[in-house]
Design a binder for this molecule. Structure first.
Ligand code: ZN
Length: 414
């Protein structure tokens, strides 16, 4: 596209944004189509800025619902929508179907049940199907939610068909995720245990009036107890529902809202917004940048001129380094000085001179992350998780596996 074409496109997006923010449903629908096709970058950016500038009480709540086909997900979605409407909230539904290659597939078929609500100005329903790879769909879904929020909808419901990795990606966008299970799903439940179940904050045991519900609840309770024992994660709430009769829906909504409220508080406390991850909730941030220096004294002097002070020095005998940590906002600079010739820092400086030595990311669930890396054959400097100064746990990803950067992964404090 030439310069002029680009300018006209930008102007078009600004106009569309104004209409969308003004509450024009057709503008929202048009914008969503653009997003689904991977476009409207400016529009999304504009809407995101608008949404992030909002005070907490004006932010939309994002509730995710997932589950294998046959669990009654759509009926439950409809019941949740009705409940939210009764509470005076406007509701935008985004139904995402990663398995269906065209819009108008299975998800849209289920949507027919929500037809009775179609005459309600306070409900907006949109389906989205995969076009290309799943990663793209997750990004498009997230952008779609941003647009819906900018358009002023109070509650955003995201429905996915919970059978694969795509759902996990999409669920990241939600403040709270409920997985819908029903008796007699057999293989469906087994498949979900493989991963999708992990993203749940709440479990909706739907079709509570059907045979086999007690057995399902016992089975899930046992799985939760095992999960708690292995991972230390708190057991999740299970709520029995009969979506077709609206039973238990209020409890389910309350449980989800409680999770959403807490996740909002976590974000505020940690000063981060945007990244919402249901299973491993903490966002990944840069924990620190490691800089190899010949002299801590000299390096500290420079940063002192910028007003950055070290919080004290520490010697890490196992790594043969002396360390000074400088707080930089939420992140830190780690100055590294060799304690002797055999130190990796001494060798680094001999080979390449002083400079940026490593980038450290703070992740939660380091064990699981390392496991994932091992599975993919990603080379680590040492195979085991190391314990450093102050008891923090970390591993290094070898530069040969990380574009020439020595990548440190530090466990987030619980
Ligand atoms: Zn480090």
């Amino acid at each position: 596209m030439d310069e002029r074409g680009k300018l006209m496109e930008d102007a078009g997006e600004r106009e569309l944004a104004a209409a969308l923010i003004g509450g024009d449903r057709r503008a929202l629908a048009r914008a969503l189509t653009a997003v689904e096709n991977g476009g409207a970058e400016h529009l999304v950016k504009l809407c995101r800025a608008l949404v992030e500038a909002r005070t907490d009480d004006r932010r939309a709540v994002r509730l995710g619902l997932t589950g294998a086909p046959g669990a009654g997900k759509s009926t439950l979605m409809e019941a949740l929508t009705r409940r939210l409407r009764e509470a005076g909230k406007t509701v935008a539904v985004l139904a995402v179907d990663p398995s269906s290659p065209v819009t108008g597939g299975a998800v849209l078929g289920d949507r027919i049940r929500m037809r009775e609500m179609a005459g309600d100005d306070g409900v907006f329903i949109r389906s989205m199907a995969t076009r290309g790879h799943l990663g793209g769909l997750a990004a498009a879904a997230e952008n779609a939610l941003v647009l819906m929020e900018a358009a002023g909808w109070d509650a955003l419901l995201v429905e996915t068909t919970g059978v694969g990795q795509g759902e996990v990606e999409i669920a990241r966008c939600a403040d709270a995720v409920a997985v819908v299970l029903a008796p007699g799903m057999g293989d469906g439940v087994q498949a979900m245990k493989a991963g999708v179940l992990e993203i749940a904050d709440v479990m909706a045991l739907n079709k509570a009036d059907a045979a086999g519900m007690d057995e399902l609840e016992r089975e899930m309770a046992a799985a939760e107890a095992l999960r708690e024992a292995v991972s230390g994660r708190a057991r999740r709430r299970m709520v029995r529902t009969v979506a077709t009769r609206g039973e238990g829906v209020e409890d389910l909504l309350a449980a989800m809202m409680e999770v959403a409220r807490r996740s909002g508080e976590d974000e505020r406390r940690s000063g981060r917004a945007g990244e919402r991850w249901a299973g491993e909730r903490a966002a990944i941030v840069i924990d620190h940048l490691g800089i190899a220096v010949r002299s801590l004294d000299e390096a500290e002097r420079l940063y002192g001129l910028l007003g950055l002070a070290s919080s004290g020095r520490e010697t890490v005998a196992s790594e043969r380094v002396r360390v000074a940590m400088l707080a930089v906002g939420e992140s830190r600079i780690e100055l590294l000085e060799a304690t002797d010739e055999e130190s990796t820092i001494a060798k680094y400086i001999a080979r390449r001179g002083e400079g940026l030595h490593h980038v450290a990311l703070r992740v939660s669930g380091l064990e699981a992350v390392v496991e994932r890396l091992r599975e993919r054959g990603v080379r680590l400097v040492k195979d085991e998780i190391q314990v450093g100064a102050g008891g923090h746990r970390y591993v290094f990803v070898h530069p040969s596996a990380a574009n020439g950067v020595l990548l440190e992964l530090v466990e987030a404090a619980e």
